[in-house]
Design a protein around this ligand. Structure first.
Ligand code: S3P
Length: 173
């Protein structure tokens, strides 16, 4: 019988490499890659930054939850999520029913290095992004802990990380 948990769900803080690793996993497995943020942007015809600016974070979280429910009905996909998708218990329940949830981790220093030249993350457009990263990481730690497996990404290539993700998934399925 085919496993019900046919999706691979990547969660983790901003800048932990979910998109790059998702693309690598797609290349390695041939599974379809679905990016929750991209689906929200497509559905709304607006960038995430624009949604935050004009409608606020709470409205974004509702749109994100709606797309997560829709996407998770599909099978055999790699689902790359936004860093805050773990904050709603409903989202995590939907993810765990549909697949194996793997959390990518990185140090605050690595996250800053990987995100410092990007302007598309509204939560990091602040005077002191390092402080913001540390605060948000601490706040979110208990949520990321709910994943089925964790893979550290510091100093590793997307290929190496993707290999570790596949090993973790094989054990957890
Ligand atoms: C967010 C992370 C972003 C995006 C939005 C909010 C967060 O996705 O969903 O800016 O709350 O951590 P990435 O993790 O892909 O940057």
């Amino acid at each position: 019988m085919a496993s019900r948990k046919s999706n691979i769900v990547l969660v983790g803080f901003m800048g932990t490499g979910k998109s790059a690793v998702g693309r690598e996993l797609q290349r390695m497995t041939g599974l379809r890659l679905v990016d929750v943020d991209a689906e929200v942007e497509r559905a709304e015809g607006m960038s995430i930054s624009n949604i935050f600016e004009t409608r606020g974070e709470a409205a974004f979280r509702d749109l994100e939850a709606r797309e997560i429910r829709r996407i998770s009905e599909g099978r055999d996909q790699i689902i790359s999520t936004g860093g805050g998708a773990v904050l709603r218990d409903d989202n995590m329940e939907v993810f765990s029913r549909s697949g194996v949830v793997v959390c990518l981790t990185a140090s605050a220093e690595t996250v800053l290095e990987r995100t410092r030249h990007n302007t598309h993350r509204p939560l990091l457009q602040v005077d002191d992004p390092m402080e913001q990263i540390r605060n948000l990481m601490n706040e979110r730690l208990p949520y990321y802990e709910k994943a089925d497996a964790k893979v550290s990404t510091d100093g590793k290539s997307p290929y190496e990380i993707a290999q570790e993700v596949l090993e973790a998934v094989a054990w957890k399925r």
